[in-house]
Design a protein. Structure first.
Length: 228
């Protein structure tokens, strides 16, 4: 499944400059991406930082210069938002599980050459489940994609909807292709390694805490299985 083209720009005032061509492929697993738990996340910044709109319209890229050797931006699933988990009545048990979702993995590629900005294409694998307490066979899952200066401010964040029709099934796996994500640079010293692209579900604070604790109720072919 291919999503419409996605444009994410660092700032309209950034000047594009020549840079070496590059292309990389990789993958990541949200279950091992725990290092961001200790810092501020884009979702937390939305809630706590009243200056977020200013951050999304930065005029210059206040990041250390890195020789443009051609690396791609880091692409990760935010651990706190890697899973979506509904519970009927707010009670955590196998019988109260509603709709669930996990971002199982990512594949990404990038390129930048001549006067062009960095272009990134991402393929994300979503695994969606329908538990015993789910109502109906259709669910619109919300998720987001954010571009940040690595370990710093959010540049841009966009939200999307992933409609899923279970048609009586308990589990559906779905590939979503995102392209192109476009990141301008201030000058030739700014390489892809200065940026980070994060993905995650739209989750409630309760869901984020559930994820931080490493809990999950996974929908399998044989039913709902609790996992730690």
């Amino acid at each position: 499944m291919r999503r419409p083209l996605l444009f994410l720009a660092a700032a309209t005032a950034l000047v594009l400059a020549p840079v070496a061509a590059s292309a990389q492929y990789g993958s990541t697993n949200p279950r091992t991406d725990r290092e961001r738990q200790r810092g501020q996340t884009p979702g937390q910044q939305d809630q706590k930082d009243p200056k977020k709109e200013d951050e999304w319209n930065l005029r210059k890229a206040p990041i250390p210069g890195v020789a443009a050797a051609g690396p791609c931006p880091y692409v990760k699933v935010l651990y706190d938002a890697a899973r979506y988990q509904e519970f009927a009545g707010g009670r955590e048990s196998s019988s109260t599980v509603g709709f669930t979702g996990e971002i199982e993995g990512l594949r990404a590629a990038c390129e930048y050459k001549g006067a062009e900005p960095i272009r990134v294409r991402i393929n994300a694998l979503f695994s969606l489940g329908k538990g015993p307490a789910a109502q109906g066979n259709h669910k619109d899952y919300g998720y987001w994609v954010a571009v940040t200066f690595r370990n710093q401010a959010v540049i841009e964040k966009q939200r999307f909807s992933l409609p899923v029709d279970f048609k009586g099934r308990e589990r559906v796996d779905q590939n979503v292709e995102l392209g192109d994500i476009i990141i301008p640079r201030a000058n030739t010293t700014i390489s892809g390694s200065n940026f980070e692209i994060l993905l995650g579900f739209d989750v409630t604070p309760q869901m984020a805490e559930f994820n931080r604790e490493g809990k999950r109720f996974r929908i399998t072919a044989s039913g709902t299985t609790p996992q730690q």
